[in-house]
Design a protein around this ligand. Structure first.
Ligand code: NAD
Length: 312
């Protein structure tokens, strides 16, 4: 991958969570190559969130240093408020500002909804959704006082629409979309943009997806993140971009599409709804239903060939 000759992030101080592996690592390396000072924040865990190790972010800092870049490691769990603050403080204390925050940290704990434990739900929502809040809050408090504003980038997923055995992950990714739109809305006047990337890249996390996905390399996701944090994209905000490397798509903005009024101008009765709603505003089919049978079949095949009988 070539990011071109110009350094698009020269002089910027960027925080990347989940920077120890996969997409986060690729973005941290790209930011450093683009002239930014980088906080490499990572808990160094396995894909289900277990076995933390500070060696993981340290290794990426060493990689960046070996190429002549500037980076520091912060090891910790992004779902903790104090860790979010510590990550932002690392940029501000060392370099004076925080100009970009990229929240890439994530885990998966897959299970069908009716079998999912409270812990599996809380951990996944904690790392993904709260792990965005902890960073957005700490960083926006600094950015609103900077004349140069800043950029927030959330990592969602196409799974925010729905996911068969990942209700926890899907809910967290949908929450990230709403959190990021809210950040964009509230922080526009401070010159802070906030956008989401829904990536698809071949990493340890995606290698077990039981159906075929269009996915490129982690490095191929980085140029979109770099562009969103660069001065070229200051006015781009409240967007969700799918990125598979070779393909970038923009998602629609949620909006009401049809409405009806109560006959008495105050409230509907159940009968009035039953008589009027289907013919007037109707409902909308979720497009993913068209693909449900194929996904269920491929998931069952993948589970039986792996000898899995976990109730996932
Ligand atoms: N790979 C894909 O195709 C794909 C698709 C959709 C969404 N995503 C999203 O992109 C992001 C990156 O995914 P990836 O494939 O590079 O995953 P990955 O497993 O390769 O990397 C995730 C990183 O997050 C770190 N991490 C996990 N929990 C943490 C915590 N509590 N605090 C700090 N760091 C923590 C891990 O140590 C790891 O280094 C995730 O948010 C994921 O949900 C990925």
């Amino acid at each position: 991958m070539s990011l071109g000759d110009a350094a698009h992030l020269e002089g910027k101080n960027i925080v990347v969570t989940g920077a120890g592996n996969g997409i986060g690592r690729a973005i941290a390396l790209a930011c450093a190559a683009e002239g930014a000072n980088v906080v490499v924040a990572d808990y160094g865990v396995s894909i289900d969130g277990s076995n933390p190790s500070s060696d993981v972010p340290d290794a990426v800092v060493a990689e960046i240093a070996a190429t002549g870049g500037t980076a520091i490691a912060v090891a910790g769990d992004v779902s903790e408020m104090a860790v979010g603050q510590r990550i932002v403080d690392a940029a501000v204390d060392n370099w004076g500002t925080v100009d970009g925050v990229v929240c890439v940290a994530g885990i998966v704990r897959e299970r069908m909804l009716f079998n999912m434990s409270e812990e599996e739900f809380d951990q996944v929502v904690g790392v993904h959704l709260k792990g965005h809040f902890t960073l957005y809050k700490a960083a926006s408090a600094v950015m609103r006082k900077q004349e140069t504003g800043g950029s927030l980038i959330g990592f969602t997923s196409g799974a925010f629409v729905a996911s068969t055995a990942q209700a926890n992950y899907s809910a967290a990714k949908g929450g990230i979309v709403s959190l990021t739109r809210s950040a964009a809305f509230a922080l526009k006047k401070y010159g802070i943009n906030a956008n989401c990337i829904a990536p698809a890249a071949m990493t340890r996390m995606s290698e077990n997806v039981p159906f075929e996905i269009e996915a490129g390399s982690p490095e191929a996701i980085a140029p979109l993140a770099v562009w969103l944090m660069s001065d070229m994209a200051r006015d781009v905000t409240a967007q969700i971009y799918t990125c598979t490397g070779k393909r970038i798509a923009v998602w629609n903005q949620p909006l009401e599409i049809r409405h009806m009024w109560a006959d008495d101008g105050e409230a509907f009765t159940v009968e009035e709804i039953a008589n009027k709603l289907p013919a007037t505003i109707g409902d909308e089919e979720m497009p993913m239903f068209a693909d449900l049978d194929r996904r269920m079949k491929e998931m069952a095949e993948a589970q039986s060939s792996a000898g899995v009988n976990s109730g996932a």
